[in-house]
Design a protein around this ligand. Structure first.
Ligand SMILES: CC(C)(COP(=O)(O)OP(=O)(O)OC[C@H]1O[C@@H](n2cnc3c(N)ncnc32)[C@H](O)[C@@H]1OP(=O)(O)O)[C@@H](O)C(=O)NCCC(=O)NCCS
Length: 166
């Protein structure tokens, strides 16, 4: 399924996007903004990823929805190419991922992030990290910052989002 917002197309990722996602995510990881991911990891998560294409077919951003359990899914690897920041691509990606979560029937979506104001504008609110033990037992165990994680946990109950519209 495709959604087009302001000349940007949001669509499911394909194998043709793997290299672009790899570069984007690991570029952010180098500056400490997110967890590094191997190409193998990206391929195995490919069905969870969406990408934003510009009108010229450039990869403007990516993000993935990862089910944690039947009560929640997590937004991971949300990254917008610095050239396209501030143009609504991040918001479009989150809205598309929230729509996918709704269609799949998840009542709650969580994220661990440094971009608190960005997610607040989209209807997420800050939560105590220990509210999400399933998250901790998944990717966090692979993270070098496991013991001193400074990311902020946020969540949204679906149907209550001002920015995540249907
Ligand atoms: C955070 C990020 C995804 C935002 O993407 P973006 O495309 O620049 O954001 P948008 O243009 O869609 O902005 C949507 C709204 O959030 C605001 N916003 C964007 N980034 C923000 C930030 N860091 N802090 C506060 N507000 C922010 C915008 O002003 C805009 O507000 P508006 O709707 O009132 O106009 C992008 O900066 C990024 O890739 N950062 C590095 C990786 C990261 O932090 N990922 C999230 C962690 S999972």
């Amino acid at each position: 399924m495709k959604t087009t917002v302001k000349k940007t197309t949001y669509r499911s990722a394909t194998v043709a996007d793997v290299d672009g996602i790899f570069k984007l995510v690991n570029g952010m990881a180098e500056s400490g903004q997110m967890l590094r991911r191997s190409k193998y990891r990206i391929v195995t998560m490919l069905a969870n990823f969406i990408v934003a294409d510009t009108r010229n077919g450039e990869l403007a951003g990516c993000g993935a929805l990862f089910p944690l359990w039947i009560d929640s899914a997590e937004i991971v690897a949300l990254a917008v190419d610095p050239r396209f920041r501030g143009t609504g691509v991040g918001k479009g990606l989150v809205q598309e991922l929230l729509q996918r979560a709704r269609r799949l029937g998840f009542p709650e979506v969580i994220t661990l992030t440094y971009a608190v104001d960005f997610f607040s504008r989209l209807g997420f609110s800050v939560q105590p990290k220990d509210k999400f033990p399933r998250k901790l037992w998944r990717e966090c165990l692979e993270c070098p910052r496991l013991e001193d994680c400074d990311e902020i946990a946020m969540s949204i109950r679906l149907g209550e989002s001002p920015g995540g519209g249907e």
